[in-house]
Ligand binder design. Structure first.
Ligand SMILES: C=C(O[C@@H]1C=C(C(=O)O)C=C[C@H]1O)C(=O)O
Length: 356
């Protein structure tokens, strides 16, 4: 593990692109160290490597397998306990802006413009004594059930995240995906109880995915919704397994699924326009997707393994930009959505706040 982390440090110091990641519940780190700093873009999703794509689909960057050194390493055993962050809380202005944005979203739903919209915000934190690879290592230990990554490209930026959300996993004609939505903070109670607002919001996501896959799948299996925990937050999740028609390609499936109503809304186009016009910042790679694309020699028979870029931050010099969003429906209460966004920001704040 030392070796792979040291190599990542060196690659970063030399301004060469790399990604280092850990899959949910796995004890292996994988890294792709690109040997040059060429910016490679995806054309049709037949490329091999690690993809890093933006929310609006305008940027689809690849760390190509055939131009990279690929290293895997077992994660050393160590336990880091999550703790409450003591970093600064956001300002009253940030709070007011987000509450106003959510109220505007609810109004648009009441006007029947759409049924659901996911609205988000960005929070900026000044960093002291920050080390990228050290922060990545802490994320690995803090969030074992999530997809943890550190992505760097000198022409794109530096991102870190620990996301609970799979976009899809595919091998030939078998595609696995999930519907994830509904959020509540862990309060150590024995049973997690969900209100109708969260159940409905998550059902929208399941229905959307199943409806869209129906046009290209010969069979779809859908699990019952269940609760899962990511860091100190609970979500509702449904597993979906589809067998695709022979004329369906990975590119079609990605176009059908991304962005799902878990991060955009319903209907897709109308909610997307609302997001682009009303969130007063650019999401760039937040709520985009990332992961292994058409991996060669996949030992677990999964050739593409993609995740949605949530619970993430962009590092820019000595500043971290944190991103968090909430699903808004007709039953949303703006102040509660604000609290939810604050709870979600704790995922990254905990690692920024950690002192050895
Ligand atoms: C948009 C985010 O999360 C998404 C929104 C959720 C919700 O609205 O309850 C839950 C999980 C994610 O699908 C985020 O974490 O920024």
């Amino acid at each position: 593990m030392e070796v792979i982390l040291k190599k990542a440090q060196k690659q970063f110091a030399q301004n060469l692109p790399f990604v280092i990641y850990k899959k949910p519940n796995k004890n292996t780190l994988t890294a792709l160290f690109q040997k040059n700093d060429t910016l490679v873009e995806i054309n049709d999703f037949t490329e091999k490597g690690f993809v890093f794509a933006s929310f609006d689909g305008s940027q689809k960057v690849l760390i190509p397998e055939n131009q990279s050194e690929i290293i895997e390493s077992i994660i050393d055993k160590k336990e880091l306990l999550a703790k409450e962050s003591s970093l600064e809380i956001p300002t009253e202005i940030e709070k007011k802006n987000f509450i106003d944005l959510v109220a505007k979203g609810i109004q648009a739903i009441e006007n029947n413009e759409f049924k659901k919209v996911v609205l988000s915000r960005k929070e900026t934190i000044a960093l002291a004594d920050f080390d990228l690879i050290d922060a990545f290592e802490k994320l690995v230990y803090l969030y074992p059930t999530t997809f943890v990554y550190c992505f760097y490209h000198p022409k794109v930026g530096t991102w870190l995240g620990a996301t609970p959300e799979q976009l899809l996993q595919s091998n030939d004609k078998i595609v696995k995906t999930i519907a994830l939505a509904g959020t509540q903070k862990n309060n150590d109670s024995v049973e997690v109880v969900w209100q109708n607002k969260e159940k409905e919001e998550q059902q929208f996501v399941t229905d959307y995915i199943v409806d869209n896959l129906n046009s290209v799948a010969s069979e779809i299996l859908v699990s019952k919704p269940y609760s899962i925990k990511a860091g100190s937050i609970w979500h509702i999740k449904t597993d979906i397994l589809a067998t695709m028609n022979s004329e369906c390609y990975l590119r079609n499936i990605i176009e059908l699924l991304h962005p799902t109503p878990a991060v955009c809304g319903l209907p897709k186009e109308k909610s997307k326009i609302f997001i682009l016009e009303n969130e007063n910042y650019h999401r760039t790679f937040y709520t985009g997707f990332l992961g292994e694309l058409n991996r060669s020699n996949a030992d677990d028979a999964i050739s593409s393994d993609l995740f949605v870029n949530l619970r993430c931050m962009e590092i820019s010099g000595s500043i971290a930009h944190l991103f968090m969003g909430c699903g808004i429906t007709k039953d949303s209460i703006p102040s509660k959505e604000w609290e939810e966004s604050v709870n979600k920001s704790a995922t990254m704040k905990k690692v920024l706040d950690y002192r050895n």
